[in-house]
Design a protein around this ligand. Structure first.
Ligand SMILES: [Zn+2]
Length: 236
C-alpha cells in the first residue's frame, strides 16, 4: 500500500485519550511531515475516574485540558469537543450532523477513527466500549455518504458547509490491520501525549512499556522498531 502524505488529518474518537492510545504516533508523524492534524472528541469523558471525591464537572475540565496538552505534544493543530455525555453515546443523526459539520469545515484527506466492527476480543478478554463503537460507526456514516452529499443536511449546505469526499479512512483495531505506520521517530511524542492524560494513565513507565510491546509487535513484520496498525480503506 502507498505511503500516505496527507495535508489535513482528522481523528475522531469517543473519549479524551482514545486517539492518543491508538493513533498518536501516526498523527505526530503526519504533523512532522507538514499535515494539519485535528482531533474531534465526542464525549466529555465525565465518567472516567474512580476518584469518589471528584465531581463529573471537575473531571470534564481536567480531561479537556489533558487532551489539549496531548494534542500539543504531537504537534496537532486543533481539538474540538462535542461534549456528549460519557458512557451513553448513541448513533443518532444529531451526532452525525455534528461530525459532518467538522468534516465539511476541515476537509480532511484522512479520517482516523475507531473500528466499530470491534464488538469484543475473546483473545484479549475485553468488550469494546460501546462509546467507541458508536463513535466509529457515526464517523464512518458521516464520511460516507453524509459529508459527501449536499442534499443531506441542507441547512448545513445553506450555511456554507460544502460537501467533502474523504479519500482515506484509517480505523484503529487492536486485533487486525492491513496498514502499518512506522512510529519509531515519533514514539516519544506518543508517550508525551499519553503522559498528558494524568487523570487516566497512572504510572507512565508501565504505559510506556505496554505501548512499546504493542508497537514492536505491530512493527516487527515490516522491520520497524515501533509501529501503529490500522484497517485502511481507500474510498473509490
Ligand atoms: Zn475510550
Amino acid at each position: 500500500m502507498d505511503k500516505l502524505k496527507p495535508k489535513v488529518v482528522l481523528g475522531v474518537a469517543a473519549h479524551p485519550d482514545d486517539l492518543d492510545f491508538g493513533a498518536s504516533g501516526t498523527m505526530a508523524s503526519f504533523a512532522k511531515n507538514g499535515a494539519a492534524v485535528h482531533y474531534l472528541v465526542i464525549t466529555d469523558g465525565s465518567k472516567g475516574s474512580s476518584d469518589t471525591k471528584l465531581s463529573s464537572a471537575e473531571l470534564i475540565k481536567i480531561r479537556e485540558k489533558e487532551q489539549r496538552n496531548a494534542v500539543k505534544a504531537i504537534g496537532g493543530k486543533s481539538v474540538t469537543f462535542l461534549g456528549y455525555p460519557d458512557g451513553q453515546l448513541e448513533i443518532t443523526m444529531a451526532l452525525k450532523k455534528d461530525i459532518v459539520k467538522v468534516i465539511r469545515t476541515l476537509k480532511p484527506d484522512i479520517v482516523i477513527t475507531m473500528d466499530p466492527s470491534m464488538l469484543y476480543s475473546a483473545k484479549r478478554g475485553f468488550i469494546n466500549h460501546p462509546d467507541h463503537r458508536a463513535a466509529g460507526q457515526a464517523t464512518l456514516d458521516s464520511v460516507f455518504p453524509l459529508a459527501r452529499d449536499h442534499m443531506v443536511f441542507p441547512e448545513l449546505f445553506a450555511d456554507g458547509y460544502l460537501p467533502h469526499k474523504t479519500p482515506t479512512v484509517l480505523l484503529t483495531n487492536f486485533d487486525t490491520n492491513n496498514f502499518v505506520v512506522d512510529i519509531t521517530e515519533t514514539f516519544p511524542d506518543k508517550i508525551a501525549a499519553l503522559k498528558a492524560h494524568v487523570s487516566q494513565v497512572g504510572n507512565i513507565d508501565e504505559v510506556k512499556k505496554w505501548m512499546a510491546e504493542i508497537g514492536e509487535l505491530i512493527g516487527k513484520p515490516s522491520g520497524y522498531k515501533y509501529a501503529e496498525g490500522f484497517v485502511r480503506i481507500d474510498l473509490r
